[in-house]
Write a protein that binds this ligand. Structure first.
Ligand SMILES: NC(=O)c1ccc[n+]([C@@H]2O[C@H](COP(=O)([O-])OP(=O)(O)OC[C@H]3O[C@@H](n4cnc5c(N)ncnc54)[C@H](O)[C@@H]3O)[C@@H](O)[C@H]2O)c1
Ligand SMILES: O=P(O)(O)OC[C@@H](O)[C@@H](O)[C@H](O)[C@H](O)CO
Length: 381
């Protein structure tokens, strides 16, 4: 069995690649980072160091690596005969990997079982986005023939994988916890055999619970931590003001998840506590800069702040802690982060309503719009 995985970065090597390897797949990593690809290509194995209680060292072997920028034809041949394609490149990069998948599908033997395609990104329905991009890369009359050659399934992935020290080479440090939830509906009898993953009928509650608890809480810790001059996420959680803010935000998103999906309130409280413990893991060298990265994406319409705040506002439910966290996000100022620099430029050049429309995608008539305009106006004052 062969899996082609786009994005040999933190989660690619430390989670998706590891679980596919454990499931018996030969993993072919594809990445645009030439140095990383050369290192992977030259190595017979790499280690995944799990840190925290019960952590072990797991070894990944039997992989290959392809530079997707310079060896596109080689990559297309691999996908043509693969069983599975996964991505962990970032939601904004999916449109760049889509044409390669489309070209491989065009060349794929129609007698082969359909290719299982799963985007493992922090975004709601990321695989649907990828599918739309793949479809958009072929002529409309061609899609009918290509479509049966692949099955696209949405997923939710959860494991904290921090940035890695340069001295680590291709080894990866990760937390012990992991969860990979995949929607089963699209697969039918072609469900891939991945023992480390959980297949569910309806992914919606899982991805929203993950994004609006793990990622909303994480980003809140990052933005409050950054504003307080703290570097590590675990140190941010050790600060009472930051951890209180994270708790308040998670109480609001939990109320939404319970009301919307009928999730048991006690189970959600336990999930929340477990996550707070994961953030506080002192062995995990995670930073507020990594967790707060790309603030414009994180402030977009269906993401971890505006997504739940908008729904809470629509339902007339409390969301003041989320508004406070959004105010902190506006203070994120990291010169190396393109979106942070772009956000600073937009804050300098736009008036508050224009900023809110462009960044959050909220319509002016939405009940949250005026509240966010108020926050942005305060940030501009
Ligand atoms: N790190 C985590 O804790 C974590 C956990 C769950 C989900 N995720 C999600 O996984 C995705 C990747 O995150 P990460 O932390 O591994 O980031 P990362 O920066 O470590 O890895 C991304 C990799 O994608 C590569 N890449 C960029 N453009 C590419 C292209 N066109 N083709 C092939 N490869 C390309 C980069 O070179 C990099 O190696 C994001 O969507 C993130 O939200 C991350
Ligand atoms: O990857 P992002 O930028 O969407 O979010 C940063 C972190 O919150 C994220 O990578 C978490 O570590 C991960 O989602 C845990 O499963």
């Amino acid at each position: 069995m062969k899996a082609v995985h786009f994005g040999a970065g933190n989660i690619g090597r430390g989670f998706v690649g590891l679980l596919l390897h454990d499931a018996g797949y030969e993993v072919v990593f594809a990445d645009v980072n030439a140095e990383l690809i050369d290192q992977l290509d030259a190595a017979p194995s790499y280690d995944v160091h799990e840190v925290g209680e019960g952590g072990q060292i797991r070894t990944v072997t039997g992989f290959r690596a392809i530079n997707s920028a310079s060896a596109e034809n080689e990559l297309i041949s691999e996908i043509q005969t693969a069983d599975v394609v996964t991505t962990a490149v970032g939601p904004n990069i999916l449109r760049f990997v889509a044409p390669v998948i489309a070209r491989a599908l065009a060349l794929r033997d129609s007698g082969l079982a359909p290719l299982a395609v799963m985007a493992c990104e922090n975004a709601i329905n990321a695989t649907d986005v990828l599918k739309t991009e793949v479809q958009a890369s072929v002529a409309p009359d061609e899609w009918e023939a290509l479509s049966p050659r692949a099955i696209f399934a949405n997923t939710a992935v959860d494991r904290i994988v921090p940035g890695q020290a340069a001295s680590a080479g291709i080894d990866v440090t990760v937390e012990t916890f992991y969860e990979w939830v995949i929607e089963s509906g699209p697969f039918g009898e072609n469900t891939p055999d991945i023992p480390g993953a959980t297949f569910v009928d309806a992914l919606g509650p899982y991805i929203e619970r993950k994004l609006f608890t793990v990622n909303t809480g994480h980003a809140t810790a990052a933005y409050y931590g950054f504003a307080a001059g703290i570097e590590k996420i675990s140190d941010a959680l050790a600060d009472t003001a930051v951890s209180d803010a994270v708790r308040s935000v998670l109480e609001e998103t939990s109320a939404l998840l319970v009301a919307k999906h009928g999730i048991d309130a006690e189970a959600q409280a336990a999930y929340r506590e477990k996550i707070l413990g994961r953030f506080a893991n002192p062995h995990l060298p995670d930073t507020v800069q990594r967790v707060g990265r790309q603030p414009l994406r994180k402030l977009s319409r269906h993401e971890r702040f505006i997504g739940p705040a908008a729904e809470l506002a629509e339902r007339g439910m409390g969301h003041s802690a989320l508004l406070d966290a959004i105010a902190q996000a506006l203070r994120f100022d990291v010169a190396d982060d393109e979106q942070s620099a772009e956000m600073r430029r937009m804050l300098a050049e736009l008036d508050a309503p224009a900023f809110v429309e462009q960044v959050t995608g909220l319509a002016p008539e939405h009940p949250l719009f005026g509240e966010i305009v108020g926050i942005v106006s305060t940030a501009l004052a």
